[in-house]
Ligand binder design. Structure first.
Ligand code: DX5
Ligand code: ZN
Length: 222
């Protein structure tokens, strides 16, 4: 049976109460914290940096922190996020000149590397790198904003990525990011995803426990 993981994106949390919000989703059964870093350069939005990640660790958050860098360049922030307690660090391959070097940098800093693939980006970049990474973030919206609609064409890419992971015989998490809700999580899982980022789909609901329970219920029939 697949070990499905739910990763709430704190982009849709109440930032004035961030520690409590993260505790609430973890207590409700979330597996990891998805941390969307935007720089108003690679994407047209600006969010938060390493000090916030460090603040969550200092607050007592022990769950894996899944840092999704939507920034250009990536190298300096990789080092800062590793020092701030990140577990996974993922970046977009088009945001750096040397993808292999950035992957190696993440490993050297003691973190797990991931690559984030935009809806329009081909999977070719995975062919050389798959053996060296622990996570693929398959974007099902264009990066930059929470609460966009899931792009259904990405389901096919998800299947292909799952095939590549199987062929590679390495344990690589296949995370879907963007527009994931209770009502589509089952279909997405059936196309090969095993980690589900959900921002507005969790933080936008009244009762996080109920929402995460419903997501697990949807996944349990697969
Ligand atoms: C988009 C981010 C996503 C997104 C998730 O650029 O990478 O993590 O905010 O939010 P929802 O689940 O609301 O689409
Ligand atoms: Zn993300």
């Amino acid at each position: 049976m697949t070990d499905y993981k739910i990763a709430p994106s704190i982009l849709s949390a109440d930032f004035a109460r961030l520690g409590e919000e993260v505790d609430a989703v973890l207590n409700a059964g979330a597996d990891m914290v998805h941390f969307d870093v935007m720089d108003n350069h690679y994407v047209p939005n600006l969010t938060f940096g390493p000090v916030i990640c460090k603040a969550l660790r200092n607050y007592g958050v022990e769950a894996p922190i899944d840092v999704h860098l939507m920034v250009n360049p990536v190298d300096e922030l990789i080092i800062s996020f590793a020092k701030a307690g990140a577990t996974y660090i993922s970046f977009h391959p088009e945001a750096t000149e040397n993808v292999d070097q950035a992957i190696q940098l993440i490993k050297d800093q003691g973190c797990k590397p991931g690559l984030a693939i935009n809806p329009e980006t081909s999977l070719n970049c995975l062919e050389n790198c798959l053996k060296n990474i622990d996570l693929i973030i398959m974007m099902s919206v264009n990066p930059g904003f929470a609460a966009q609609s899931f792009i259904p064409e990405v389901l096919q890419k998800l299947e292909r990525a799952r095939e590549l992971i199987t062929q590679c015989e390495k344990e690589v998490l296949l995370e879907i990011d963007g527009g994931v809700k209770v009502n589509n999580i089952q279909e997405i899982a059936s196309h090969g995803a095993d980690v589900f980022v959900s921002g507005s789909g969790i933080f936008g609901t009244e009762n996080y426990q109920e929402t995460i329970d419903q997501m697990r219920q949807e996944l349990s029939v697969l």
